[in-house]
Design a protein around this ligand. Structure first.
Ligand code: ADP
Ligand code: MG
Length: 726
């Protein structure tokens, strides 16, 4: 019954770094080869079509049918040259990952044969039978229609034999059923809200952009070992497993040399990504054994998020080729670090000003401080909601888990910026803000050293950290679609900027000059954020839990309750004012999230119980029988069991653990039955939350058994094998 562990391990050790096809060219020569970018547009589209399309992409103009037809014609020509046979609308439903339904390009030609066709209608819109995608009741199953519509701001790309068209996914009545639609709405909201403020500082600004640079963390597990772990294959994480004697305590993995098989895999991913115009830049080992990170050069947020989804897909498929499976789960292993996806987020103008970086002069610095402080105010007001935007069944296992941010959203500024804010509070409002090293320190007002970027301390315990020219939203989970977190962050910041601008206008209308009006409006906000949301200390400490509560920050750890915040009154109001979600969409999304939460815990609970029953108990009883036979033999030979202390002790422990498993698995099954009978998604999720809290009661005895049972009999690959073979 047991798997041949030593055989599996042997097989894994024999796996060599896979040969990969390395292009006979520099990345700059094949970069973007498989996307329909401006270069391809100029080549395959006539001038008028090109202009009309660029007006859609850059000016947000509507795409008319004639243009769509002309674009499709050019795209088809390009695609056929690359051996494309199929086309798909590629979208990001509320499940994990992306969805695609491939259609072949063939149509009857009227003469008994077929020809390849692709027109503007197929490019612009599709009606996938979408009844099985989560919609939270927006689209009843009998009204199966959902629409996908082309997002021309993200380039069409080729994967294998398929032309992939990035699209939004909406219901028949226009509600968003995906992550992209609200993200795009939120980008418009935050950029529109930032623009009039920027124009006060620089009249030449015409547009504001929002940028995202994600850092994707993940684990790699040897494929053959993975296949022997039902928990990994079904839930993406281990539900049991005793700590390896060595894990990450020596800190010898972080930034260490990348193992050759892993390096080959990463190289493969990079080449594929570069061909798709995805600027992957960084790769390194992470803190835990077999944990790694990759990151691109940041880009426009909607595009960068699409690229993250594409890269995750590429990693899934490429890992198999190299004999690995990639784990995006936030907490695949107990006792070692989990994986996150830090979202480096910033705003910038079309004139090249980074709004979260110090400026060139006093006015530029004032603009920087204005945006900086307003972001903090937004994070403060919606700290609870931001937490809601990143929580999931899987990320909940990571949050607060030693290395990851705690389940409290606060902002880390670093000493320099904290001092800056404190000084601004006490100085007269007309004091020009100067930056040391650039305009001298004579006034000694604001010391921002030249090594400013490096000077922002790397406080890993903070969920939202200022890192010199951007904010890093670190609480986002590794498996998440960044869209959820960013839609909320953008909307919250947009709302704050709108209210700040209104308050500022009042000051300005009283005749104050801009710098004084801005500082007068900012000061009470600065005083408040310093007291409440800004925290540079140790986020893991017990004192912080107490302190955060005292400050009125949300310290809730119950997942279904965290989700509920999304439909709280301030949240609905904020999303409505900014046009990011309608109230109907908010409620629908919560139904979906509770439902997914319950299902995930239900699946994990089933796997846990079945593994206990079908894998662990039989193996352990086999070992117990062996021990009993030894004791019996001893008695037969010596007439007593005096020499059998260890056997008897082990038999005792095994019996106790197995009894605990018998009782607790039964209790868990009963709890599931009760939970399943609950109608309301919210209440059902609460019941499943309680079930999730009792996993350790089953895992505990199993992990104890793993420690005493014969290594050759243990039926599952162990942590030391899963984590150290690469
Ligand atoms: P870390 O040291 O935090 O791990 P990485 O180099 O791994 O940093 O990742 C930093 C990410 O932040 C990269 O994707 C980078 O392009 C991105 N980034 C840098 N500057 C900005 C910015 N102004 N706005 C958004 N993202 C940025
Ligand atoms: Mg990094």
């Amino acid at each position: 019954m047991s798997v041949d562990r030593s055989g599996l391990v042997q097989k894994s050790f024999e796996k060599k770094a896979q040969e990969i096809e390395i292009p006979n060219a520099k990345p700059s020569e094949y970069y973007g080869e498989l996307i329909f970018d401006k270069k391809k547009m100029s080549k395959y589209l006539d001038k008028d079509t090109l202009q009309a399309l660029l007006a859609c992409i850059e000016g947000g103009r509507h795409l008319d049918r004639a243009t769509a037809d002309a674009v499709a014609k050019g795209m088809k020509e390009w695609a056929l040259e690359h051996g494309v046979t199929h086309v798909t609308h590629w979208f990001q439903p509320l499940t994990e990952g992306t969805a695609e339904k491939h259609d072949s390009l063939i149509e009857y030609d009227g003469n008994g044969g077929v020809i390849e066709t692709f027109d503007g209608r197929s490019l612009a819109q599709q009606e996938p039978d979408a009844s099985s995608f989560p919609s939270g009741g927006i689209r009843a199953t009998f009204e199966a229609r959902g629409y996908t519509a082309w997002d021309p701001t993200s380039p069409v790309f080729i994967q294998e034999d398929t032309l992939c068209i990035p699209t939004v996914f909406i219901s028949y009545t226009g509600e968003a059923l995906d992550y992209k639609t609200p993200l795009k709405r939120s980008l418009r909201a935050v950029c529109d809200a930032a623009l009039p403020l920027c124009q006060l500082f620089d009249s030449k600004v015409n547009k504001v952009y929002c940028y995202l640079g994600w850092e994707q963390e993940f684990f790699l597990v040897d494929e053959s070992l993975y296949s022997a772990r039902p928990d990994l294959t079904i839930t993406g994480r281990t539900l049991m497993g005793h700590n390896s004697s060595k894990n990450q305590q020596l800190d010898d993995h972080y930034f260490g040399a990348i193992p050759s098989r892993v390096a080959a895999f990463l190289r493969d991913v990079e080449i594929r990504a570069h061909k798709l115009g995805i600027p992957l830049k960084t790769r390194h080992n992470e803190a835990a054994p077999n944990q790694f990170e990759i990151a691109p050069i940041y880009g426009e947020a909607n595009l960068s998020n699409d690229q993250n989804q594409i890269v995750m897909n590429i990693m899934n498929s490429a890992s198999r080729k190299h004999g690995f499976v990639v784990l995006f789960h936030e907490k695949p292993f107990k006792g070692v670090n989990g994986s996150g996806k830090h979202n480096n987020w910033s705003l910038g103008t079309d004139t090249g000003t980074a709004l979260f970086a110090p400026g060139k002069d006093a006015l530029g610095n004032l603009q920087f401080i204005t945006f900086f402080v307003n972001v903090l105010a937004a994070v403060q007001k919606h700290n609870s909601l931001l937490k809601s935007s990143i929580v999931s069944a899987t990320n909940a296992d990571r949050l607060g888990g030693g290395e990851a941010p705690p389940a409290i959203v606060s902002a880390f500024l670093g000493k320099t910026m904290t001092d800056v804010l404190r000084k601004l509070l006490v100085l007269p409002s007309d004091t020009p803000i100067e930056i040391a090293g650039k305009t001298g320190t004579s006034l000694g007002l604001v010391e921002l050293p030249e090594i400013f970027v490096d000077n922002t301390d790397r406080n890993r315990t903070s969920p939202f950290a200022f890192t010199g020219n951007r904010f890093e939203f670190r609480a986002v989970g590794s498996s998440a679609n960044c869209g959820s977190a960013l839609s909320t962050l953008n909307a919250a910041v947009a709302e704050q900027l709108i209210s700040f601008k209104a308050a500022l206008d009042v000051e300005l209308s009283s005749g104050k000059p801009l710098n004084i009006a801005v500082m007068d409006t900012l000061k009470p906000i600065i005083a408040s954020v310093i007291d409440v949301v800004c925290f540079d200390g140790n986020g893991y400490s017990e004192e912080w839990q107490q302190e955060a509560k005292r400050r009125g920050l949300d310290t809730q750890t119950n997942v279904p309750e965290m989700i509920k915040v999304f439909e709280s009154e301030p949240s609905i109001k904020m999303f409505q004012t900014t046009g990011v979600y309608s109230e109907k969409e908010i409620h629908a999304r919560n139904e979906v999230r509770w439902n997914i939460y319950s299902k995930k815990v239900q699946i994990e609970s089933r796997v846990l119980v079945r593994m206990a029953t079908n894998h662990i108990i039989p193996a352990v009883l086999e070992y117990k029988t062996k021990l009993l036979k030894e004791v019996a033999l001893c008695k037969e030979v010596f007439g007593n069991t005096n020499g059998c202390t260890i056997e008897l002790e082990m038999i005792q422990t095994i019996s106790e653990c197995v009894e605990q498993l018998r009782v607790r698995t039964k209790e868990m099954q009963e709890a599931r039955a009760r939970a399943n009978a609950i109608e309301s998604e919210y209440k059902k999720a609460l019941a499943y939350y309680d079930i999730a809290q009792s996993f350790d009661g089953i895992r505990g005895p199993i992990d104890m058994l793993e420690e005493i049972v014969d290594n050759n009999i243990w039926p599952l690959p162990k942590y030391r094998e899963l984590l150290f073979i690469s």
